[in-house]
Design a protein around this ligand. Structure first.
Ligand code: T1G
Length: 697
C-alpha cells in the first residue's frame, strides 16, 4: 500500500517515478476529516518530491471516494476542507490522475474533477447525488463538471442526482480513458504517457470552451424550469440551478463562492437534515439485530401466484433483476390479461427510452406464464399475490406447501392480513413471511417485510436480500392488521372523512396535504386505487366511512367509473370537484347534526398527520416497528410522505412532541375519538421533552 502520512487512512508509494496516493477508509472511502488531512499532506509531499514526475490518486476497497462523510454534516467544520484539498491538487505542477472505480460520487467526483486527468475501470458509475440529500455539490462540482461535459449534461446529472456509467462519462468528456484489468497499473502507465508526451495540464476549472456555446440563458432557464417545477417545496433544485447559472454568467472564482454559500445554507437547513435522516434510516430499516448471523439463501428462480396489477408488477421486479419467474393464474384469460399488461408496461418504458429493445425482450423472456401450479416446484421463492381474502389465501398456501421445494421461501403480498394465520395453513411456518409490495410494484421502492412469529432468521435474511436485489428499500415489520403503513393510513382516512363532515371539501383536504408536499391527497388517492377496494375491506371488518360508502352505493368507484370523490373526463386523471359530492357531504352532516364551518389548512394538516403519528408511537411501543426511522422510511417510500420533511416521526420531532400531544388531546375532546388520546410512548417522550429520535434512528 505505501507509507502513511499524517493519517493512517491515506498512504503513498512510488511506482516507476509515479507517486501513487491511496485512500483506504472502508466501507466507501468517505472523505472524512482524517482523509482530507492525509490527502493534503501527501499531495503536497508528492508535488515537491523530485523522484516522481506524476501523481495517481486511487482508493482501496470497493469504491473510489463516494463523497464527503455525511455523518460530519451539521458538526463544526474542520480544516482542511475538501476545497482546500482540491486546490492543492490544482496547484500541483505535475500531472495528477484520478484512478476511478466503483461509485465516485459527490465530493469524490469533485476531487477527481480537481485532477488533470480521470481514468476509470469498466463498471464505474460517476455522479453528483447531493440533491438527494437536500444539498448541492459544495466543492466545485457545479463549476468544473459543466466545463467538461457541457451545461446540459451537468444540469441533468446534478438535478437528477443519478450517476452515469463509465462509457457515457467517456463519451461526455468526463473521463479520459476506460482501463481494463489492473486499474492502478493502467493509471501509472497513463501518467507516464502524459509525462513523455508533455501533454498540457489544463484544469477543468479553466476549460471554458464547452460553456462558450451555451451562454443562451433563456434556453438554460427553460431547461431548468423543467426540473424545478417537478420539485415543488424543495429548496435544493432551485439552488443547484442558481449555482449552475453562475457557470454561464460569473467568473469561475465568483461562481465557486456562490456555490459554496448556497451549499452552506442548504446543509444547515431542515430539508437536508430530513433527507440525511432518511439516508441513514433507509440503511438501518433492513437491519434486524437478532438475525445478524443468518445466511440468506441464493435465489435463482422465482414464482408469483396471481397476474393481477400487483402480481404482474412483482414479476417484473424479478425479471428486471435478472431472475427467471413463473407467473401462475387460475385461467388462461386472466393470465393473458396480466401478461399483456406487463408487456405493455415494458413497451411504454422502451418507447420512452428507458430500456433498449434487447433488454426489454430479455426481461419479457424471463417471465413464464402458466395455469399449472406445479410450475412453482423449482422456485427458490414464491410470492402469493391473489385476491385479498383470508380464505382464498389460506387455500393457496396449503397448495404451495405441498408443491414448493423444501427450502423455498413462501411469501404473501397481503397488505393487511394475518401472516401467522397464513403460516399456520402450512407445515413449514418457519419458511413463511409477508413481502408487501406497493402499487405499481415495478416502480414503488418500498417493501414491507412482515416477520411472522415462526419466520426463521434465514427466511427473513433471504427476503431482505431479495428485496435489495430487486432494488427495493426493505423495512422489517411485525404482524398486526395493516402492518405499519396501512395501519397508520387508516387513522388518516378516518380523519379525512371527518373533516368533510365538519366543513371541508375533498379538494380542501387534498390541498392541505399536497401543499405540505405529498404528491396526492387522500381522496384523489382513493379515487386512483378504486373506492370499491376499501369498501369491500370496511364491510368485511364491519367498519364504515360515511361519505365513501354512499359514493360506492351510487356506483362511484373513482377513476375507473369516471366518478368518485371527484369527476374525471374520459382518458384524463385530473380530478374535478363535483357539486353532487358536495351536496352529499352537506346532507350527511345535516343528518348527523353536524354544523359545518370553514377549516384552516394548518388545522386540517394536523388533523390528518398527528393521529397517524400517534398510531406510529403505538406501533413502536408494540414492537411492530423497530425504530422510528423505519416508520419514516415506510411513509417516504410507500406513501409519498415528502422526503424533505423526513417522514412522520421525524416531522413530529421537528414540530415538538409536546405540541403534538396537546393537539391530540384537543382532537380527542372535539371528536370524542379515544384513539386520539396521546399514546403512552408519546406522552412519556413529550413529558421528558424528548423526541422520537431519542429512541435511535
Ligand atoms: N458518508 C458516510 N457514510 C456513508 C456514506 C457517506 N457519504 N456513503 C455510505 N455510507 C455508509 C452507509 O451508511 C453504510 O453504513 C455503509 O456506508 C455502506 O453504504 C462536498 C457535500 C456509495 C452507492 O450521497 O449512495 O459529497 O449501514 O449500505 O448499497 O459536494 O452508500 O453499513 O453502517 O449504502 O453498496 C455525496 C452516498 C455525499 C453517496 C454504496 N455522496 N452513498 O451503496 O452501501 S455529499 C453520496 C451511497 C457530498 C460534496 C458533498 C451509497 C453507495 P452502514 P450502503 P451500497
Amino acid at each position: 500500500m505505501g507509507a502513511p502520512g499524517v493519517s493512517e487512512l491515506v498512504s503513498m508509494r512510488t511506482d516507476g517515478g509515479v507517486a501513487v496516493i491511496t485512500i483506504d477508509n472502508p466501507p466507501v472511502n468517505a472523505m472524512k476529516h482524517e482523509v482530507r488531512l492525509g490527502l493534503l499532506d501527501l499531495v503536497s509531499r508528492a508535488a515537491g518530491d523530485p523522484d516522481s514526475s506524476a501523481v495517481v490518486l486511487a482508493c482501496a476497497g470497493r469504491t473510489f471516494v463516494a463523497g464527503a462523510d455525511i455523518t460530519e454534516f451539521g458538526q463544526p467544520p474542520r480544516q482542511p476542507t475538501a476545497i482546500a484539498v482540491i486546490e492543492a491538487i490544482e496547484a500541483c505542477l505535475k500531472p495528477v490522475i484520478a484512478a476511478l472505480h466503483g461509485t465516485p460520487l459527490g465530493g469524490g467526483l469533485e476531487l477527481a474533477l480537481g485532477c488533470h486527468f480521470r481514468i476509470a475501470a469498466p463498471g464505474t458509475r460517476l455522479g453528483l447525488p447531493e440533491i438527494k440529500l437536500g444539498i448541492i455539490p459544495g466543492a466545485g462540482g457545479t463549476q468544473r463538471l459543466p466545463r467538461l461535459v457541457g451545461i446540459e449534461k451537468a444540469m441533468t446529472m446534478i438535478l437528477s442526482g443519478e450517476p452515469i456509467p463509465a462509457r457515457e462519462a467517456l463519451d461526455a468528456g468526463l473521463i479520459d480513458e476506460i482501463v481494463e484489468g489492473d486499474l492502478i497499473a493502467g493509471a501509472v502507465s497513463f501518467a507516464r504517457r502524459v509525462v513523455t508526451e508533455k501533454r498540457p495540464l489544463v484544469l477543468a476549472r479553466n476549460r471554458d470552451e464547452r460553456l462558450a456555446s451555451a451562454r443562451d440563458l433563456a434556453a438554460f432557464d427553460a431547461a431548468a424550469a423543467n426540473y424545478t417545477k417537478r420539485a415543488k417545496g424543495q429548496n435544493a433544485p432551485a439552488a443547484a440551478v442558481a449555482a449552475l447559472r453562475g457557470a454561464l454568467t460569473l467568473p469561475v472564482a465568483d461562481a465557486l463562492k456562490r456555490e459554496r454559500d448556497l451549499f452552506l445554507e442548504l446543509v444547515a437547513g431542515d430539508q437536508s437534515k430530513a433527507q440525511r435522516h432518511i439516508f441513514f434510516a433507509e440503511r438501518e430499516a433492513a437491519k434486524v439485530a437478532d438475525i445478524a448471523g443468518a445466511k440468506a439463501r441464493d435465489i435463482r428462480r422465482a414464482a408469483v401466484i396471481g397476474a393481477g396489477t400487483l402480481g404482474g408488477g412483482i414479476a417484473m421486479c424479478f425479471a428486471n433483476a435478472g431472475i427467471p419467474v413463473a407467473v401462475v393464474e387460475t385461467s388462461a384469460e386472466a393470465l393473458s390479461r396480466g401478461l399483456d399488461t406487463v408487456t405493455r408496461n415494458y413497451r411504454n418504458t422502451a418507447a420512452r427510452g428507458g430500456l433498449s429493445t434487447e433488454e426489454m425482450e430479455a426481461r419479457i423472456a424471463r417471465i413464464a406464464g402458466t395455469t399449472d401450479l406445479t410450475a412453482i416446484a423449482d422456485a427458490d421463492i414464491v410470492v402469493e399475490a391473489v385476491f385479498e381474502d383470508m380464505g382464498v389465501k389460506q387455500e393457496v398456501f396449503g397448495k404451495l406447501d405441498r408443491i414448493a421445494k423444501s427450502d423455498a421461501v413462501i411469501a404473501s403480498n397481503t397488505s393487511y392480513l394475518d401472516i401467522d394465520a397464513l403460516a399456520r395453513s402450512t407445515a413449514r411456518p418457519q419458511a413463511v413471511l409477508g413481502m408487501h409490495f406497493f402499487s405499481p410494484a415495478n416502480v414503488m421502492r418500498l417493501l414491507e417485510v412482515v416477520r411472522g412469529a415462526a419466520t426463521s432468521p434465514e427466511t427473513l435474511a433471504t427476503a431482505i436480500a431479495v428485496g435489495r436485489k430487486l432494488g427495493k428499500v426493505p423495512a422489517i415489520v411485525g404482524v398486526c392488521h395493516g402492518f405499519v403503513g396501512n395501519r397508520m393510513l387508516r387513522l388518516r382516512s378516518v380523519e379525512a372523512e371527518r373533516l368533510l363532515l365538519e366543513g371541508a371539501l375533498p379538494q380542501d383536504v387534498d390541498g392541505a396535504l399536497t401543499d405540505f408536499g405529498f404528491p396526492m391527497g387522500p381522496f384523489a388517492m382513493a379515487d386512483l386505487a378504486g373506492l370499491d377496494v376499501g369498501w369491500r375491506m370496511r364491510k368485511a371488518q364491519g367498519l364504515s366511512a360515511p361519505i365513501a360508502d354512499q359514493l360506492c352505493e351510487r356506483g362511484r368507484y373513482g377513476q375507473k367509473t369516471l366518478r368518485g370523490f371527484y369527476l374525471y373526463e374520459p382518458g384524463s386523471r385530473s380530478p374535478k370537484p363535483d357539486a353532487e359530492v358536495e351536496q352529499l357531504i352537506v346532507d350527511t352532516a345535516a343528518q348527523r347534526g353536524i354544523v359545518r364551518s370553514p377549516l384552516g389548512k394548518e388545522t386540517m394538516l394536523e388533523r390528518l398527520l398527528f393521529p397517524m403519528i400517534n398510531e406510529g408511537a403505538r406501533i413502536l411501543q408494540e414492537g411492530i416497528a423497530q425504530r422510528p426511522g423505519d416508520i419514516d422510511v415506510i411513509w417516504v417510500y410507500g406513501y409519498g410522505f415528502p422526503i424533505y420533511r423526513g417522514g412522520p416521526m421525524h416531522y413530529a420531532d421537528s414540530v415538538g412532541l409536546g405540541y403534538v400531544r396537546d393537539q391530540l388531546m384537543a382532537f380527542a375532546h372535539s371528536t370524542g375519538d379515544d384513539r386520539h388520546r396521546p399514546s403512552p410512548l408519546l406522552e412519556e417522550l413529550a413529558a421528558a421533552g424528548k423526541g422520537f429520535a431519542s429512541l435511535g434512528t
